[in-house]
Design a protein around this ligand. Sequence first.
Ligand code: ZN
Length: 62
Amino acid sequence: MDEMKEKPGPAEVPPPEVRYMEMELVWKCGGCGYLKPREDLAPKTCPDCKAPREEFYLLTED
Ligand SMILES: [Zn+2]
C-alpha cells in the first residue's frame, strides 16, 4: 500500500528546518546565555564565559 511509504519510521531524521519548527531542546548557559544543541552533551565548561557544566540547563524552545 502506498500509505506505508508516506509514513517514515522513527529512525528517519527530518531535515533541520523541520526540526527547528518542532519543540527544540537546547543547553543554555546560565552565565552568558550561550546555546548548545541538545544533540550534544552539555559542555564541561562554557566556551564563552568558562562557566562550569552545572551552569547549563535544558531550555525548551517552541
Ligand atoms: Zn557561558
